[in-house]
Ligand binder design. Structure first.
Ligand code: SF4
Length: 305
C-alpha cells in the first residue's frame, strides 16, 4: 500500500508508463537577485539558483541532446523537460518561447515543467505556456516555502502570500497544473508554522507539492547564520517526524513530487544526513507504517494542533 501519492504512480496513470525528467539550466536569473524585487536572493539559495548539478555551459538544446546520449535516456521512453534553476519565466515572451522551444527537440519529450516565482507569472506568460498544452503536458512549479509572512521576510522570499494566490489563479485560468515547493526546518519555524502552511496549501487549487528539507550550502546567508549559531538545522529524526506529520495532514488529492532535499555534496555544509536520500525515504516509510499514517489521514485535525 502506498501511504502517499507518489509521482511515479501519477505519471504511470497519466502517461501509461514511466516518465523521467530532463533537468535544464535555461540561463535565467531571478528578480530576487538582480535588484528588481530584491538582492542577495533567498537566504538558502546558492549561486546556481537551486540547480547546482546542472551544466549551464551548454546550450539548452545541447543539454537535451547530451541527456539523450547518456545512459539515463535508456531508463524510460517518455520524458518531461524541467527548467529548474532560478526563475524560468523571468524574461521577455520572445526569449521565453525561444528557450522553451529549444528544449522540445525530441519526440520522446511529452511535457514541459517550469520552476519559477509567483511574481514572475502574469496572463501573457500563462497564455504562452498554455499554447504548449496542445502538444505537451505543462506544469509550473512555484517556490513558496512557507505561509508564515514573518518567516518569508526572514528568508528574504521577496513576495507576500497574496502574490502566490494570485499566480495560482492566473495559471488555473489557463488550465496549467501547479506544483508548490515547501521547506521543513526553516529558521524560527516550529511545528505550528508548518501546520499553518499545510492548512493554507490545502485550500489552494494546486495539484502537487515538493517537500524539501532545509539544508545549508556554501556562500549563502543561511551558512552565515549557521556559522554564527543563529540557525540549527533539523536532525534526521526531527525531519522524518515533521515530514510524516506533513504527509498525514496534506490534502489527499495532491501528488507528492518530493519528500526530501537534494543537497549538492560538494557545497553542502550541514546537515550531513541530507546526502543520504535512502535514510530519509526509508525512515519516512517506516515511520508512516509504525504510526499507521497516510496522506490526508489527519486533515480534519490540522486546524486543531
Ligand atoms: S526565488 Fe528561487 S532562484 Fe530566486 S533567490 Fe529565491 S530560491 Fe533562488
Amino acid at each position: 500500500m502506498n501511504r502517499y501519492n507518489h509521482l511515479n504512480e501519477f505519471y504511470k496513470k497519466k502517461f501509461g508508463e514511466r516518465v523521467l525528467k530532463i533537468c535544464i539550466d535555461g540561463g535565467f536569473t531571478c528578480p530576487n537577485r538582480d535588484g528588481t524585487c530584491g538582492t542577495g536572493g533567498c537566504i538558502f539559495c546558492g549561486n546556481s539558483g537551486s540547480g547546482e548539478h546542472l551544466n549551464s555551459l551548454h546550450s539548452i538544446s545541447d543539454q537535451v541532446k547530451n541527456f539523450f546520449h547518456s545512459y539515463k535516456a535508456s531508463r524510460a521512453n517518455k520524458f518531461i523537460v524541467y527548467f529548474q534553476n532560478f526563475s524560468n519565466t523571468y524574461d521577455s515572451l520572445e526569449n521565453l518561447k525561444s528557450k522553451y522551444d529549444a528544449a522540445l527537440i525530441d519526440e520522446r519529450i511529452i511535457g514541459i515543467s517550469v520552476a519559477t516565482r509567483p511574481d514572475c507569472i502574469d496572463d501573457a506568460i500563462a497564455s504562452l505556456l498554455h499554447e504548449y498544452s496542445n502538444n505537451y503536458y505543462v506544469c509550473v512549479e512555484l517556490g513558496f516555502q512557507t505561509s508564515n509572512e514573518r518567516t518569508a521576510k526572514l528568508i528574504n522570499r521577496g513576495y507576500e502570500n497574496h502574490v502566490f494566490v494570485q499566480a495560482i489563479s492566473i495559471l488555473k485560468k489557463y488550465n496549467i497544473d501547479v506544483i508548490t515547493h515547501i521547506m521543513i526546518g526553516l529558521p524560527g519555524e516550529i511545528k505550528e508554522d508548518l501546520n499553518q502552511t499545510i492548512n493554507f496549501l490545502n485550500q489552494q487549487d494546486i495539484q502537487g507539492i515538493k517537500i524539501h528539507s532545509t539544508y545549508i550550502i556554501k556562500n549563502t546567508k543561511l551558512a552565515q547564520m549557521y556559522q554564527n549559531k543563529e540557525y540549527i538545522p533539523l536532525t534526521l529524526r526531527e525531519y522524518i517526524d515533521l515530514a510524516c506529520f506533513t504527509i498525514s495532514r496534506l490534502n489527499p488529492k495532491f501528488i507528492i513530487h518530493r519528500i526530501s532535499g537534494d543537497a549538492p555534496k560538494e557545497l553542502l555544509i550541514a546537515p550531513e544526513w541530507n546526502l543520504h536520500k535512502k535514510w530519509i525515504l526509508n525512515g519516512i516509510e517506516k515511520e508512516l507504517k509504525e504510526k499507521d499514517l497516510w496522506q490526508g489521514k489527519c486533515v480534519e485535525f490540522s486546524k486543531t494542533l
